[in-house]
Design a protein around this ligand. Structure first.
Ligand code: 9WO
Length: 252
C-alpha cells in the first residue's frame, strides 16, 4: 500500500512512522509513505500557504492554490487511484472496521490542516472523506494521520510477527469486547498477587476467566459495546456470575 501525506510538517510524519511495526512494514516494502509540503508548491518570495479569513476573526486559513498544486503533484507521482482523506474533528469517527477497509486499498492520500483550517472550496471539491479520531481539537491533522498510518500499516499482510498476529486475531475475533487484564513475573509483589487461576495450568479455566474478565470490564467501562456484541448464553452466564461476585465491591 502507498500512503501520501500532504502536510506543512512532513518530518513529523516520517519520524512517527519510522519505528516499530510501521517502520518494519516499510523496510519490508509492504507499505510506502511519502510526505508532501504545500509550501514547496507556493509562489513568490514568501511562499505563502495561508491568509486571513474572509469575514474576519482570529487566525489564518490555508490557501487553495498551494494545496491544489501539491495535490496535482501527488496524483502525478503514481497513477493508482486514491481517496483524499481530511483529518478533522468534523469528520466521521474512525472505527476498526473502516481501518480494515482502508488497509485493503492500493493507496490513500491524507490531508493535514493547520491554523484554523483549509479553504472550504478546496475541501468541498477535492476531499472524498473526512475522518475524526475523537471529540477534541489538536493543533493540526498530523497526529491523526500518524494514527491512521499505524492502524493501516499493521494490517498489511506480513507486517506483524507471529505473536503480534495471534494477539491481533484474538482481538479481532472479539472486537467489540474489551481486553482482559495481563500479568507477568513476579507472582507475588507489593502491588498485589497474580490471580490463582492464571497459575493453575488449567487452560480451560484460564480461557473462561479471561472471557469473563473481558465481559465484566466491557459491562463496567463501555456498556454500550455490549448492545452490539452478540453474546452467547454461556457469555451471559459468565457475566451474570461475575456481577454477583462483585456485589459489595467498589467499582474501580
Ligand atoms: C482552531 C481554532 C482556533 C480558534 C477557533 C476555532 C478553531 N478551530 C480550530 C480548528 O479546528 N483547527 C483545526 C486544526 C483545523 C484542521 C486541522 N486541525 C485539527 C485536526 N485539529 N484537530 C484535528 C483532529 C483531527 C482528527 N481527529 C481529531 C482532531
Amino acid at each position: 500500500m502507498r500512503v501520501d501525506v500532504i502536510t506543512l510538517f512532513p518530518e513529523f510524519i516520517a519520524q512517527s512512522a519510522g519505528l516499530g511495526v510501521v517502520g518494519r512494514a516499510q523496510e519490508k516494502s509492504l507499505f510506502s509513505l511519502h510526505g508532501w509540503n504545500p509550501r514547496d508548491y507556493a509562489e513568490g518570495n514568501y511562499r505563502r500557504v495561508d491568509d486571513r479569513p474572509f469575514g474576519g476573526g482570529p487566525g489564518m486559513v490555508m490557501l487553495i492554490e498551494p494545496l491544489q498544486a501539491c495535490l496535482d503533484a501527488v496524483r502525478m507521482a503514481d497513477p493508482a487511484p486514491a481517496p483524499v482523506i481530511y483529518l478533522s474533528p468534523q469528520g466521521r469517527p474512525l472505527t476498526q472496521s473502516r481501518v480494515r477497509e482502508l488497509a485493503a486499498l492500493p493507496r490513500m492520500i491524507l490531508l493535514c490542516g493547520r491554523y484554523e483550517g483549509i479553504d472550504e472550496r478546496f475541501l468541498a471539491s477535492q476531499v472524498d472523506e473526512e475522518i475524526s479520531l475523537g471529540d477534541y481539537v489538536l493543533s493540526g491533522g498530523e497526529l491523526g494521520a500518524a494514527v491512521i498510518i499505524d492502524a493501516v500499516a499493521r494490517l498489511q499482510e506480513g507486517a506483524l510477527n507471529d505473536a503480534e498476529s495471534a494477539a491481533q486475531d484474538s482481538f479481532e475475533g472479539d472486537l467489540g469486547l474489551l481486553d482482559c487484564p495481563h500479568y507477568s513475573q513476579p507472582a507475588q509483589h507489593a502491588l498485589g498477587e497474580v490471580p490463582d487461576v492464571l497459575r493453575s495450568g488449567n487452560h480451560a479455566a484460564i480461557a473462561r476467566w479471561r472471557r469473563q474478565q473481558s465481559l465484566l470490564r466491557t459491562w463496567q467501562r463501555r456498556p454500550e459495546l455490549l448492545d452490539e456484541a452478540r453474546l452467547s448464553k454461556a457469555d451471559r452466564q459468565l457475566l451474570e456470575q461475575a456481577r454477583q461476585g462483585l456485589q459489595g465491591t467498589p467499582t474501580p
